[in-house]
Design a protein around this ligand. Structure first.
Ligand SMILES: Nc1ncnc2c1ncn2[C@@H]1O[C@H](COP(=O)(O)OP(=O)(O)OP(=O)(O)O)[C@@H](O)[C@H]1O
Ligand SMILES: [Mg+2]
Length: 453
């Protein structure tokens, strides 16, 4: 064994590749101190530190472009190891070494915007302030590194994210990746449609990002290896990573610490139905329903674009009727607009009130079912009370309920986290309200609501 010679060679290989100790440590993965110890052949009280066999194989894998099989065999013999034929074949196959993959990806300057098809095809109403704020936090080269848009289903999180990313200053990010974790989609014209993927976990995320940012990297690597490669990329240059519908990612809470590690200079833009305010280092923008003015503008615009003259020319009072029942949820408004092409407006609105018709129940299922099934009985009861205390204070809510304060405040927190209840007012006197669509939904046929199978 000759640990000193091994360490010197390790240092040379690392420097030739242009890695710092920390960067190499991330690829192995081990702590940066250990790389330093190996390179210096550090000894303490007679104890010698050397890489174990798996880490040694990993080092050869990383530097395979700078070594031939004989040199690799010689190098590991300095640690007292011998490589088998299969191990050598696996490492020195046609697959490029990890290190050159990482360097190659960094060298290839490209921007993903065109591949993402992010050209907005629709006009958005009532989001100008939110978009300006988002653009500002994404364009600053300081924190926040993780930015989230949260709000109830159909409120416009994805649309706002798209529009914002599209309008970013061209050179702000080195490249952009977009990962959608969505399991199902509600299309106003077609109802509920399954998305073409089942569960979205860390490995899927790594694959999706590598497919967009580093096409030459094989997806056959283990999840830890893929994350190591991504870490290396995202730490070197400022990328923008969008994860759409984070709430449908398996165990997404466990993702956030990892995203924190991957961030800076890279930024993350997340959309989620869940409010992530409870997490530190996350900038949260809550998206609320459109006000009456913006709702009416959206209704008229959509009616004109779709050639629905009766609705486009309808008196303001008819449009206000829609707003009273549907509120300012763009997805629900689009459903209503589409249906006025085939049904009288009064019937469309009645259908929403009594949850009648496949598309209406699909819409309710899409927006509410996922959240409703996670609610405990006390949260369900509190939500059902909300229409009686719209804009009410906590004291007003408690006076309506038979539950104790602790149970109620926990239930309220849960409803807020799921974006079912919105908070307004000031810190001393917060006020709580639900969207109009939620109110319509709760006041009608919820008891007979048939959840999806
Ligand atoms: N501000 C807006 N003005 C006009 N139309 C909008 C606006 N926001 C969203 N829409 C339309 O409403 C529909 C739903 O929007 P979007 O998919 O962005 O909602 P979401 O909040 O991402 O929903 P989900 O939680 O289901 O992902 C889309 O068809 C979109 O075109
Ligand atoms: Mg969305």
């Amino acid at each position: 064994m000759n640990l000193e010679q091994f360490g010197q060679r390790l240092r040379n290989l690392r420097k030739c590749q242009g890695f710092t100790q920390t960067e190499l440590a991330r690829l192995v993965p081990v702590s940066p101190e250990l790389i330093s110890i190996w390179e210096r052949a550090y000894q303490h009280r007679g104890r010698q530190w050397k890489p174990d066999r798996p880490s040694t194989l990993r080092l050869i894998d990383i530097f395979a472009d700078q070594l031939n099989p004989n040199e690799a065999q010689e190098w590991v013999s300095l640690l007292g190891y011998k490589l088998g034929q299969t191990e050598l074949q696996q490492i020195f196959s046609d697959q490029p070494a990890l290190a050159s993959l990482v360097s190659g990806v960094l060298a290839a300057s490209q921007t993903n915007l065109k591949r993402l098809h992010l050209t907005p095809t629709q006009q958005l109403f009532g989001v100008q302030n939110a978009q300006t704020e988002l653009q500002h936090v994404l364009e600053t080269t300081e924190s926040p590194w993780i930015v989230t848009i949260h709000g109830i289903g159909g409120i416009g999180k994805t649309s706002l994210a798209r529009a914002t990313v599209h309008d970013l200053t061209a050179d702000r990010f080195y490249d952009i990746a977009w990962a959608s974790a969505k399991q199902e989609e509600f299309l106003p014209g077609r109802g509920l449609q399954p998305a073409d993927q089942s569960s979205f976990d860390l490995d899927t995320l790594a694959d999706v990002l590598l497919q967009q940012l580093a096409t030459q990297v094989s997806l056959a690597y283990s999840t830890a290896e893929k994350i190591a490669i991504l870490t290396d990329l995202l730490k070197k240059r400022p990328y923008l990573i969008v994860i759409d519908n984070l709430e449908t990612v398996v165990d997404y809470e466990t993702f956030l610490p990892l995203l924190n590690e991957l961030a800076k200079p890279t930024k993350f833009l997340l959309t989620s139905r869940h409010n992530l305010q409870a997490y530190s280092n996350v900038f949260c923008l809550g998206l609320q329903e459109l006000n009456q003015g913006d709702t009416l503008d959206l209704l008229r615009h959509e009616a004109r674009v779709r050639g629905l003259t009766a609705l486009a020319e309808a008196p303001e009072s008819a449009l206000v009727d829609i707003y009273q029942i549907v509120g300012g949820n763009p997805l629900a408004l689009k459903l209503v607009i589409g249906q006025t092409g085939v049904l009288p407006l009064s019937q469309v609105l009645d259908n929403l009130k009594v949850a009648r018709g496949k598309k209406t129940t699909d819409l309710y299922n899409y927006i509410y079912w996922q959240a409703w099934r996670t609610l405990k009985p006390v949260s369900r009861e509190l939500l059902l009370l909300m229409p009686l205390a719209q804009g009410g204070t906590f004291a007003q809510l408690t006076s309506l309920s038979r539950h104790n304060l602790d149970a109620l405040s926990q239930a309220l927190e849960h409803l807020i986290a799921l974006s079912l209840v919105e908070v307004s007012g000031d810190i001393d006197q917060p006020r709580y309200r639900i969207h109009r669509l939620t109110e319509t939904f709760l006041l009608t046929e919820i008891a007979q609501w048939q959840p999806p199978p």
